[in-house]
Design a protein around this ligand. Structure first.
Ligand SMILES: Cc1ncc(COP(=O)(O)O)c(C=O)c1O
Ligand SMILES: [Zn+2]
Length: 406
C-alpha cells in the first residue's frame, strides 16, 4: 500500500495513518500522502486491468489495502453513451456513468468501502455516519456484508423510501428533528464519546479518497483517455474535488495524457452555497438548506471552498439549478436514456443544460455526466407522472381507448 501518512491541507503537518479527521494544530482537513515513486514502479495500465472488476483494481492508488475477502465490492459501474440526450441538448458525445449499478444504487458505496476497510483494519465493530440518505444506505449495507453493527444519523424529513431501504439491513437509524447540518455537528460531537467508526468524521480522509475511483474508471473505460468535461452534483463538495484529483493522479503517473477534464458542478438553487461562492468569487458561506434535492442538501459544505477552486482550476464552473427544473430533469433523463436517476443527477442534468446554454459545452466536446443515485429510492417526487389508462380486462375497450378502429 503506497499511502505513507496523512497531511493537513492547510498547514501541511503530517500524521500517521490513524483515524483522525482533522489537523490537531489548525483543524484543517487531512489528505493521504502517497509514495509516487513506488506507484510509478508498481502501477501500470496492465496491472490495473488484471485486477478485480471493482474499485479494488485501483487499490494501489487508495489509502487502504484491498480486503482479503472482497464482499459486495462496489465500482466498475457501466459507462454508456446517451446519444438521444446528447441530441436533445446539442452535444456531440455524451456518456453516463451509471453509479446506480452499485450495491445500494449510489456512488456512496465507493467511499464507504474504503472507510470500512480502514475500520476493519482498526478492529472497530460499529460503522456510522451522518447522512442525507444514500450514505446511510451504503453504511448499513456495508456493515451487514462485513458483520459489523451500523448506526446512522439522518434528518427525519428524508424521503421515507430511503430510510426504509436503510432499515432493512438492520441498521440503527437515529432520525434527527433537524437538518443534515445538525446531523453532521452531532456526529462530530458523538465521535468524541463513542468508539463508532464514523466514516465521514474520523475516517473522512480515507472515505473521501474512494470518490477518485470514479475518475480512474472513466479514464480506463474510455480506453485510457480523458473526457473534455465531467458534470457532477455537489453536496459537501468532496466527490467533485476528488474526481478532479483522481484525473490529476492518472496524469502524474503517466497512465493517461492530457488536458485534465473541466469539472462542472450543480446544486439545487434552494441549497447552493458553493454555486454562490463560485458566482461571487467569494468564500463559501453557510445557508439554510431548502431544496428538493435532499441528497445534496448540505448548507455548510466541508469542501465548498475546495470545490470552487477545483471548478476554477479545471476551467469549469458551478451552477445553481432552478428548483422547478428538478422533476423535469428526472423525466428528461429517463425519457431520453432509459435511466431513472434521483434528484442529484437531475441537478447534474440541469448543470449540463446550463453549461450548453452558456456555450461552455457544445458539439465538439466529449462529456461524462455522473448518475450518482437512483430514482427508485425517491419515487414519491415523480408520483404524479403515473397517470395510467384505466380499463376493464377487455381488448375492445383497450382498442377503443387507444382510438384504433377495427
Ligand atoms: C446521489 C448523491 N450524489 C452526490 C452527492 C454529493 O456528494 P458530496 O457530499 O461528496 O459532494 C451525494 C451525497 O451527498 C449523493 O447522495
Ligand atoms: Zn493543519
Amino acid at each position: 500500500m503506497p499511502a505513507t501518512a496523512l497531511r493537513c491541507r492547510v498547514c501541511e503537518t503530517q500524521y500517521p495513518l490513524d483515524p483522525i479527521g482533522v489537523c490537531a494544530r489548525c483543524f484543517g482537513p487531512l489528505d493521504p500522502v502517497y509514495d509516487r515513486d513506488e506507484q510509478r514502479r508498481t502501477v501500470s495500465r496492465e496491472s490495473i486491468e488484471a485486477g478485480p472488476l471493482s474499485i479494488w483494481r485501483y487499490a494501489d492508488l487508495l489509502p487502504v489495502a484491498a480486503p482479503v475477502e472482497q464482499r459486495l465490492a462496489p465500482g466498475f459501474t457501466p459507462l454508456v453513451q446517451a446519444p438521444r440526450l446528447a441530441e436533445a441538448l446539442g452535444l456531440g458525445e455524451l456518456w453516463l456513468k451509471l453509479d446506480t449499478a452499485n450495491p445500494t444504487h449510489s456512488f456512496k458505496d465507493r467511499v464507504v468501502a474504503v472507510a470500512a476497510a480502514k475500520a476493519v483494519e482498526l478492529g472497530r465493530t460499529t460503522l456510522s455516519c451522518s447522512s442525507t440518505g444514500n450514505l446511510a444506505n451504503a453504511v448499513a449495507a456495508r456493515a451487514a456484508a462485513e458483520g459489523l453493527e451500523a448506526a446512522v444519523l439522518v434528518p427525519s424529513s428524508l424521503e421515507p423510501e430511503k430510510l426504509i431501504a436503510t432499515s432493512i439491513y438492520g441498521a440503527r437509524i437515529i432520525a434527527v428533528e433537524g437538518s443534515y447540518d445538525d446531523c453532521s455537528r452531532l456526529s462530530v460531537e458523538l465521535s468524541f464519546e463513542l468508539d463508532w467508526a464514523f466514516v465521514n468524521v474520523g475516517l473522512r480522509s480515507y472515505y473521501a479518497e474512494g470518490s477518485k475511483t470514479l475518475a480512474f474508471e472513466i479514464a480506463e473505460q474510455l480506453g485510457w483517455s480523458l473526457p473534455d468535461a465531467v458534470i457532477a452534483p455537489i453536496g459537501s463538495g468532496s466527490m467533485f474535488t476528488k474526481v478532479h484529483q483522481g484525473f490529476g493522479e492518472l496524469l502524474t503517473l503517466g497512465l493517461v495524457d492530457g488536458p485534465s477534464p473541466r469539472l462542472i458542478g450543480g446544486q439545487g438553487e434552494g441549497c447552493s452555497p458553493v454555486a454562490l461562492g463560485f458566482a461571487n468569487d467569494a468564500k463559501v458561506k453557510p445557508v439554510r438548506a431548502n431544496t428538493l434535492a435532499k441528497s445534496i442538501a448540505i448548507g455548510s459544505p466541508a469542501d465548498g471552498d475546495l470545490a470552487v477552486a477545483t471548478a476554477r482550476e479545471s476551467g469549469g464552473s458551478i451552477y445553481a439549478v432552478p428548483e422547478d427544473q428538478i422533476v423535469d430533469n428526472i423525466a428528461l433523463l429517463a425519457e431520453t436514456t432509459g435511466v431513472f436517476g434521483e434528484t442529484a443527477p437531475a441537478v447534474t442534468v440541469g448543470a449540463l443544460r446550463a453549461a450548453v446554454e452558456r456555450g461552455e459545452l457544445g458539439e465538439s466536446d466529449r462529456v461524462v455526466l455522473l448518475v450518482t443515485g437512483d430514482g427508485l429510492k425517491t419515487p414519491g417526487l415523480v408520483a404524479d407522472r403515473y397517470d395510467p389508462i384505466r380499463v376493464q380486462p377487455d381488448v375492445d375497450q383497450i382498442l377503443e381507448t387507444l382510438g384504433v378502429q377495427v
